[in-house]
Design a protein around this ligand. Structure first.
Ligand SMILES: *Cc1c(COP(=O)(O)O)cnc(C)c1O
Length: 463
């Protein structure tokens, strides 16, 4: 048996912070997956990042996506899950295409929008749901709590729909999700319940975080499926590895541009590079929630509060939860309130990462220009990513191989696309019947006492 990787908390050093008792133990992947978050409210981090030789990455050229998923999963999970189980999980999770669309020269859009809810979050959620199902204690029920600003919730809900022994509660901000997103969330049904919160995404995230650290709810086996769960991060390493293998020539490095909100997607790229994948630069464009690009420029971190409501609504995050992981990887520490406890190595960060804030105006202009010029269709998140890449290349000169991520399907933003381009994008397969589905959410105020009461009344403990 190979030595298994142990997971530690990002808060393990925070001795002097009132209210935090640092969690200094380490846990297995299984424990990290089922706990979701460390007991000290820190995020779990792998204590070692498995490095793979360049040849192993290169060998994925021409291979199906599931081979890349096996490679990454085995590197992290060897000794905890056997190969046959992993193979079954991966084959069951990844049944759809990952198009690499050429824009010009060797600049590509990677479309991560072909899953059941047409967002990149399907990739992580589907694998995580199956990992949880394989690793949970038989006989007990798991209760997944998710805060979503749009796409996480439906991806997670769909991924867990019908999975035995697991119930899902999804919180979303009532006035910040699009009509179609709301429809997707409210109508999943079965073991998945939607809660419409009178507040912002950050309020939803706070309610969920409080529930996780509430002793009164321990019996319910609460677990997260937000991007704070490492089980969500692991699958997001895979598409960087796979895309690079398909497009790279002679092992040349690639620039990746990743439209970013809670920074879980970009973190996948950061880990891929640390595993040995040749990544020349990780570009992390944000919308007008610009706390991170400002931090890289000034060294001063200030969360945006309240978060700004932008077109790319899944990225309306004033203090990204995975920032704690980025800081930790660069020897810094930031707590959940956004207070920096130790400044990370900024020079090293800037060597690997570039970030820029893209306004809604720029986002719209980009959608129009890229469609007019190349007939390539982007929605607001993908346009933020692409514009970030353009700015980077304008500032630092051309890099041959560049891959920008399209994280949602344009048909999820029909009004914007119609207004800008005068066309109606076709719905992807998984969403064709969306307007005919029916279902109602539960309505709650942004009040923790009320939320706790609701959970105590409705959650189940045993299978
Ligand atoms: C969640 C989401 C993002 C942001 O991803 P993070 O991992 O939170 O940075 C970008 N685009 C879409 C469509 C999303 O749903």
């Amino acid at each position: 048996m190979p030595e298994t990787i142990k997971y530690y908390s990002t808060n393990r050093h925070l001795d002097q912070v009132p209210g935090i008792i640092p969690f200094r133990k380490t846990v297995s992947f299984r424990e990290a997956l089922l706990m979701g978050q460390a007991p000290d409210e820190g995020l779990f981090m792998p204590g070692a990042i498995p490095a793979l030789p360049l040849e192993t990455f290169k060998a994925l050229k021409g291979m199906p996506y599931t081979e890349a998923a096996m490679l990454v999963a085995q590197a992290f999970l060897a000794g905890e899950i056997d190969e046959r189980t992993l193979r079954r999980i991966v084959d069951d999770a990844y049944t759809y295409e990952v198009p690499l669309e050429n824009v010009f020269a060797r600049k590509y859009i990677m479309r991560l929008d072909q899953g059941p809810t047409a967002s990149f979050k399907d990739f992580a959620a589907r694998m995580m749901a199956r990992l949880m199902s394989a690793l949970r204690d038989p006989g007990t029920r798991l209760n997944v709590l998710v805060a979503t600003s749009g796409d996480t919730g439906s991806a997670v809900g769909e991924a867990f729909k019908g999975v035995a022994g697991i119930d899902v509660t999804i919180l979303y901000p009532r006035s910040e999700v699009s009509g179609r997103q709301k429809k997707q969330l409210d109508t999943i049904g079965q073991n998945v319940r939607a809660v419409s919160v009178d507040g912002k995404f950050d309020d939803c995230q706070d309610l969920v975080k409080q529930a996780f650290s509430d002793p009164a709810l321990v019996a319910f086996n609460l677990t997260s499926a937000n991007s704070i769960n490492f089980g969500r991060i692991l699958p997001q390493i895979v598409y960087y590895v796979w895309a690079w293998a398909q497009l790279s020539r002679d092992g040349e490095p690639a620039v990746f541009s990743v439209p970013s909100g809670n920074f879980g997607d970009a973190l996948g790229c950061e880990y891929a590079r640390r595993m040995g994948l040749p990544v020349e630069k990780l570009i992390m464009p944000t919308n007008e929630n610009d706390e991170f690009p400002r931090f890289l420029e000034t060294g001063v971190y200030e969360r945006v509060s309240p978060s700004r409501a932008c077109l790319s609504n899944a990225m309306n995050v004033g203090h990204p939860s995975n920032l704690a992981r980025f800081f930790d990887l660069y020897d810094g520490a930031v707590d959940r309130t956004g207070t920096v406890r130790r400044i990370p190595n900024l020079n090293e960060m800037k060597k690997n990462i570039y970030s820029i804030s893209i306004s809604d105006r720029e986002t719209k202009k980009t959608i129009k220009r890229i469609y007019d010029q190349y007939r390539v269709l982007l929605e607001p998140h993908g346009a933020v990513g692409w514009r970030g890449l353009e700015v980077y290349l304008e500032l630092y000169g051309d890099k041959p191989l560049c891959i920008s991520l399209e994280t949602a399907h344009p048909a999820k933003f029909p009004d914007e696309i119609r207004e800008l381009l005068g066309i109606n994008p076709d719905l992807p397969q998984g969403m064709k019947d969306i307007d005919q589905r029916s279902g109602e959410p539960v309505f709650l105020p942004a009040n923790y006492g009320k939320f706790r009461k609701y959970l105590q009344k409705h959650l189940r403990i045993t299978e």
